[in-house]
Design a protein. Structure first.
Lengths: 215, 166
């Protein structure tokens, strides 16, 4: 990995994700910090990146590196953690049952990814699917239901609410929020693809394998 | 370019950018004017629109309080000037003041504005040397606004109709 990528490109990308992830554009803009649960999800995400070999922390922080290089690496790791938390905050619906189920959905998918220990490419594909699903759910499905609409939509929402013993409707958001979310997720996935990976794959791939007896 | 130079530039830029993001989340500016005003005030380059401030003062002294607030808001778009916020709070007080009863909604907006003024003032101490005002400090104004929205026994004193607006 080049010094420019580690010192400039990755921090700028990840800090931008941290900024945009909590940005709620409206008549009066707001910056929403991540919830505690999003910090937990981000920790799991970083663990999954390390386990799959998509991120090798030793290539960012190591005693053999210069203090300046370690400072750059520490910033990348901190920004990666913050950006992950903000992406989850961005993709989690604000209120009601969708917030609960999407949080559980993210948690289960991340734990499953950790246990399955995919390689780098599969993990990045898996992340694209997880984030893409969250994006579609929040900014297409739920945002569609939140729009002021005709009688049929109102009946569907009322039926959902009755069937789920809770509200699924969210506060309407400006259309720009969805586009901003798409950009944020794309930037995060780009940064994840640019992270310094383990040359030999993930932790499991580098672990000594059991040898079968010959003959 | 040498690697150490690239790393130094990257470190400086990342720290500055990260500090900016933290500042945005900590201060929660709601408009681009507040963002730019906040950043310029950090380096001491923020200034209000003096013409709009003078307009606001003229309206204020003529008891045209909504017009005064509009002019003050135009003068201090970023809401970074304690003195202007003080006058906005004072305009809420004077408009909301009533001989029989006060307008609680206006008084509450006044409280918000005077709290903002106190937060912006150095060490929270704000004195405005204006002979046309009866209250010269933000603390006095805040206490008066707070009394206005609090219901107590003095609210039922018939002599309150002879009190004067400050």
């Amino acid at each position: 990995m080049t010094a420019a990528r580690e010192a400039i490109v990755l921090p700028i990308l990840l800090i931008t994700v941290s900024l945009l992830g909590g940005l709620h554009p409206a008549a009066r803009i707001a910056f929403v910090p991540p919830s505690l649960f999003c910090l937990v999800l981000s920790t799991l995400l970083v663990a999954a990146l390390v386990r799959s070999g998509a991120l090798d922390p030793a290539r960012l922080l190591h005693a053999s590196r210069s203090p300046l290089a370690n400072a750059n690496g520490a910033i990348v790791l901190a920004a990666l953690f913050a950006a992950g938390a903000q992406v989850f905050e961005l993709l989690t619906p604000g209120t009601g049952l969708p917030a609960f189920f999407v949080s559980v959905f993210f948690f289960v998918l991340l734990v499953n990814t950790l246990v399955a220990s995919p390689d780098r490419v599969r993990l990045l594909r898996s992340l694209a699917v997880i984030f893409g699903a969250g994006l579609i759910l929040k900014f297409v499905v739920l945002a569609g239901l939140a729009q002021p609409a005709g009688r049929m939509t109102r009946v569907l929402v009322a039926l959902f609410d009755a069937a789920t013993f809770g509200s699924i409707t969210q506060d309407p958001e400006p259309a720009s929020t969805g586009y901003l979310a798409f950009l944020t997720v794309a930037l995060y996935l780009t940064a994840a693809a640019l992270l310094p990976g383990s040359p030999r794959g993930g932790l499991l791939q580098t672990a000594p394998r059991m040898q079968l007896p010959e003959g | 370019m040498r690697e150490s130079v690239v790393r130094s530039i990257g470190l400086t830029a990342s720290l500055a950018y990260g500090a900016l993001v933290l500042w945005l989340y900590a201060t929660q500016p709601q408009t681009m004017a507040q963002v730019s005003g906040g950043l310029t005030s950090i380096i001491g380059a923020y200034s209000i629109d003096q013409q709009a401030f003078d307009d606001g003062l003229r309206f204020f002294r003529a008891d045209k309080f909504p017009e005064a607030r509009a002019a003050f808001a135009r003068a201090d778009r970023a809401q970074r000037d304690a003195r202007t916020e003080f006058y906005i709070a004072y305009a809420f007080y004077r408009e909301g003041w009533g001989r029989l009863y006060n307008d609680d909604a206006l008084f509450r907006q006044g409280l918000t504005a005077v709290d903002a003024a106190i937060a912006l003032a150095p060490n929270g101490r704000l004195l405005v040397d204006d002979p046309n005002l009866q209250m010269h400090s933000a603390d006095e104004l805040r206490a008066e606004l707070q009394r206005g929205v609090t219901v107590d026994a003095s609210d039922f004193n018939p002599l309150r109709v002879v009190r004067k607006r400050k």
